[in-house]
Design a binder for this molecule. Structure first.
Ligand SMILES: NC(=O)c1ccc[n+]([C@@H]2O[C@H](COP(=O)([O-])OP(=O)(O)OC[C@H]3O[C@@H](n4cnc5c(N)ncnc54)[C@H](OP(=O)(O)O)[C@@H]3O)[C@@H](O)[C@H]2O)c1
Length: 363
């Protein structure tokens, strides 16, 4: 397979599906020293396509019948999707849930490995992936599914807890954003909807795709916000632990940010505002944000409340999954590189917002 030969050159990455996740993955690929974005593919010549053109990304069409409408909108088309897949070492498929499985035959035909996303069923790929929990399982594997935003957020938190004292049982209530900011068709709404109303929600079984054998029950609700998901987590640990030790263990994880009470970040709105003020691209928060004051350990019972930015947390996971498939780095090496290039980490998130005085002068 082509990707086996990439150790000596830049990994040529294609993004099929330049939407909420795809545009962020494309930007993240561009700042990696070992990767090259060779193009992105899209169906419609809308404002997002204009954004790709402004970013200088070669834009390929999923349906060549639309080529003229792209050109009429002043957007240059580099070619059809098939050409993009043929010329890449690996494709990140970020099409809507259920479309990735339809694309897999094309990737197989072109002998191009691919990453799929959490909207696909687990059997779309050979491995469901979370960088912190099972990077090694994806090394050299051709088809890998990067799990959903919620599953990513839960796996990152439960992984260190399992290593530290072990988990007897995890119970999580997921308060899920009703839609992304651009999903106008999901609103307006004014409701709180158990979704699904049955227990467990699909999230628990999905966490088990990267964490086999974990005992976990999840309940899901949807609320009318586009900001972030919030998880209310209770874990029964295998043994009693000191709260300070658990806190210290979580603090060591770069993709877990403990939000201090002193920051006065009292909800997902202020969290997103802080990210924007900090200069994060698109206001993205790649890390789990755990309200530090919510961390409570009572004997074997651990509790916390964390916020997950659904549009962003899977982005570093996709970058790590690319390296796993290419077989060029170990998990720790890849995570360190991804964290550094994206600017992930507690220190950066703690930086005070840029002030006018900090800005460089014109000369
Ligand atoms: N959004 C989230 O919060 C989130 C979080 C984690 C994981 N995910 C998963 O990531 C995947 C992508 O989600 P997303 O929210 O980024 O989707 P999205 O914003 O709707 O973007 C999907 C992109 O795929 C393109 N596309 C390519 N082939 C297509 C086809 N045959 N039919 C329709 N569209 C096609 C669309 O093109 P046009 O725009 O031109 O139509 C669009 O650019 C899904 O599996 C989803 O479950 C999403």
């Amino acid at each position: 397979m082509q990707v086996a030969t990439v150790a000596n050159h830049m990994l040529r990455v294609a993004v099929n599906g330049y939407g909420t996740i795809g545009k962020r993955v494309a930007d993240a690929v561009c700042v990696q020293p070992d990767m090259e974005l060779i193009g992105v593919a899209k169906v419609r010549p809308d404002y997002v396509a204009t954004g790709a053109a402004h970013a200088g990304y070669p834009l390929y069409t999923v349906d060549p019948a639309h080529t003229d409408s792209f050109r009429q909108n002043g957007i240059e088309v580099a070619g059809p999707l098939e050409e993009l897949v043929e010329t890449s070492d690996i494709v990140v498929d970020t099409t809507p849930g259920g479309i990735g499985i339809q694309n897999r035959p094309l990737y197989e035909q072109c002998e191009t490995p691919a990453l799929f996303q959490g909207g696909e069923a687990p059997d779309v790929a050979d491995v469901s992936f979370n960088s912190r929990v099972n990077f090694e399982d994806a090394i050299g594997v051709d088809y890998v599914r990067v799990v959903s935003c919620n599953t990513t957020g839960l796996s990152r938190l439960l992984g260190p807890l399992a290593e530290f004292v072990g988990i007897e049982k995890a119970r999580v209530t997921l308060i899920r954003r009703g839609g992304d900011p651009n999903q106008t068709d999901r609103g307006p709404i004014n409701d709180v909807v158990p979704d699904p109303v049955t227990v467990p929600s699909h999230h628990g079984p999905d966490v088990q795709t990267v964490f086999p054998g974990l005992s976990i029950d999840t309940i899901g609700l949807k609320v009318p916000t586009t900001q972030m998901h919030v998880h209310v987590v209770n874990v029964t640990l295998n043994a009693p632990a000191a709260e300070a030790d658990v806190r210290e263990r979580l603090e060591r994880e770069p993709r877990l940010v403990l939000v201090p009470g002193s920051a006065e970040i009292d909800g997902t709105g202020t969290l997103k505002e802080f990210a924007r003020d900090s200069g994060r691209p698109r206001g993205d928060i790649w890390e789990n944000c755990i309200w530090e004051e919510s961390i409570t350990v009572d004997g074997r019972e651990f509790y916390c409340v964390q916020a997950i930015h659904q549009e962003a947390d899977v982005v570093p996971e996709n970058i790590d999954a690319l390296r796993a498939v290419a077989g060029t780095h170990s998990g720790p090496e890849s995570r360190t590189l991804t964290n550094r290039t994206l600017g992930i980490g507690f220190e950066r998130f703690q930086q005070p917002p840029t002030t006018v005085a900090d800005r460089p002068t014109a000369d």
